[in-house]
Each structure stands twice: as structure tokens, then as C-alpha cells.
Write a protein that binds this ligand. Sequence first.
Ligand SMILES: Nc1ncnc2c1ncn2[C@@H]1O[C@H](COP(=O)(O)OP(=O)(O)OP(=O)(O)O)[C@@H](O)[C@H]1O
Length: 355
Amino acid sequence: MSDTGRPRHPGTGSGLVLEQLSVGYRDSGRNWVPVLRQVTAEARRGELTVLLGPNGAGKSTLVRTVCGLAPPLSGHCYLDGVDLARMSDSERSRSLAVVLTERGVPGLVRARELVALGRHPHTGLTGRLNAHDHRRIAWALAAVGASDLAERRVGELSDGERQRVFTARALAQEPSALLLDEPTAFLDITGRVAVTSLLRQLAEGQHLAVVVCTHDLELALRVADMVWLVSRGQLRSGTPEELSLSGEIGAVFDGDDLVFDTDSGTFRPHGSPEQRRSAVVSGTEPAAAMTARALRRVGWHVPGPDEPAPPWPALDVHVGRHRFHSTHAGSPHEHATLGEFTRWARGLARERSTS
Ligand SMILES: Nc1ncnc2c1ncn2[C@@H]1O[C@H](COP(=O)(O)OP(=O)(O)OP(=O)(O)O)[C@@H](O)[C@H]1O
């Protein structure tokens, strides 16, 4: 029997298990339309599992079903051997914490108060926090490196800081599994690397099954223990290397402008030299504008303020207050001065025009 007193499913271990699960949505005629059919996969405790797939593949529909916001059309989803569909709402909210993409936050709430909401499934009807609850809130803030943000108002936090606080709220629930939808969506390169590494550490350190739904393909492939790849109604699971070598990542994501390079495990633009040397620059002005200018001078194609950004830039640069952060072929780079960065970018542009 499980901690909740419910029978465990014999074939399932710890973590989140999808078994022959079909998920879908209700159309305007109130009929259920399947999006993913009979998928079977496992997200183990201690591991970071990344849910990937092109737009419209069914990632959000799967997340909604696992969270209990939509019923499975058939099949099961088990958490630590217990069928989530058979859990009460309060049981589910104690075991499974969900961080959805939330931008509309009551700005006046302090970070500590927001994290305290994570204790709600444990505090009973009174909602009164005891010493254990307070310890757990402080622990959750510390676990995401946000103790110094505790008394700050949530509305004043940066996107990256806010993401940490929402993750702390989920951790305060003391869940067995953590499910996050696009946790890096509004972050710059540094923030994306930091949040992804944090989730990796939490999975291992807290022995949680962490499932992250993201479009951040290259970063995901670098840090994921397992990938759930959804496309055309199916889900394939495997390590990033397995899915790269089998050609499944390429089959799903290769496009007119982009090809998956199995040697490096990253995507590269193919086609015109402009695509191969396309760059985007964000960050503090006027340094960002000067950086774009330096990049153009050494051979990069950087769109002007009124031009659309390339969907898959070969070089993604963020100009911080004291450093230049960039991502090229999935690897982060850092330079202290614009001169140093420009020399590095010039070499890279030459490489990319000959390779
Ligand atoms: N309520 C709905 N009504 C109509 N179509 C829906 C509904 N919910 C989902 N769909 C359709 O189901 C498919 C899967 O949608 P879903 O949002 O799960 O994809 P996704 O992988 O999360 O996409 P994205 O990466 O663009 O967020 C899409 O074709 C979508 O249009």
C-alpha cells in the first residue's frame, strides 16, 4: 500500500509513469478529440525529464492531464505507483507540484507569502502555519537560492527571480514530483542556464521526479536525463543521446532553416551564409546597440530594431552590466569586455563562413 492508503500499481516504481495514456481536449460539440494516443513513459525520481515537441504537438494537453485539469481519455498516470486519477484533489496537491507559466501575479504579495501558499495542502482548514511550515518555507526559499528575496514584493522581482520564487512555492508543497511548464520562457541566456541547472540539482538532491516542458531545445538536450519527445500523436522517450542517434530528434525538428547535427548534439542553421551567421543581441543599452554594431562589422547579420529576429539565430548574445553572455551551438560563453567578445565573434564568423 502507498502512504495514501491506496493500492500501488504492481508494475510501477517511484516517480511518474504514463501507461497507455491517451490525452485530448473537448471540442465545441463537447466531443473529446485525442491529441496523444496510448503513450507509455516514465519520469524517475532523481532525474530531470524534459518534454519536447513542436508547436501544437500536445505538450500542454499532456501537462493538463497529468495535473488533473483534464481527464485521461484512456490509460493511466501513476505517481509513486498510485493512479493520479484515483487521488483526491488534496492528495494530488500534496504529491504533485505544478509551476505553470504565470505572469499575472499579485504584485504586492511578498515572496515569503507566495511560498507559504505552497503549504496550503498541509495546513488543514485553518490555514495556520506552524513551526514546521515556517521551516519548510525557509528551506524552499534557500533551496532555490532565493532567501534574500523573501521580503521583496513579487511584482518587483525580475523574471528569473520570480521563477525561482514560484519554484520555491512548489517545493514547499513537499511533492514527490515537480512539473514545470516553460520555466525559462521569459529568461535571458544566463537565467535559462541557471534555472535549468537548479532543476537538475533539485531532481537529484531532493530525489524528485522533475518534468519540464520547454522549447529550449539545445539547453534541454544538454541537461536532461530523459527526454519525452512528442510528435504526431506519439511520445518517444529515451536519453538525449539515444534520441539524437536514432534520428528522432532530427526527424521532429529539422526544418528549412535548421538541421540537427548529431556530432555536436546541437542544431545549426543551414542554407544561406546569412542564416549561418545570424545573431541576436539583447540587454542593457547603449551597450547592446554597440555590440550589435561590432558584430555587423566582423561579419554577423544582426537584425535592426525594426526587423524581425531570426527564429534560430546562430549566436544569441545578452549584454549584462559587466559581462557579455552568449550561446553558440548550445554552449554558453562569457566575455568581460566588448573588445574581447568582438575578437572571439570575428573568429567564429570566419569559421562559419568556411565550414
Ligand atoms: N481546447 C481546445 N480546442 C481546440 N483545439 C485544442 C484545444 N486544446 C488543444 N487543442 C489542439 O490540440 C493540439 C495540441 O495542443 P497543445 O496546446 O497541447 O500543444 P503544445 O505542444 O503545448 O503546443 P505549443 O508548443 O504551441 O504550446 C493543437 O493542435 C491544439 O490546437
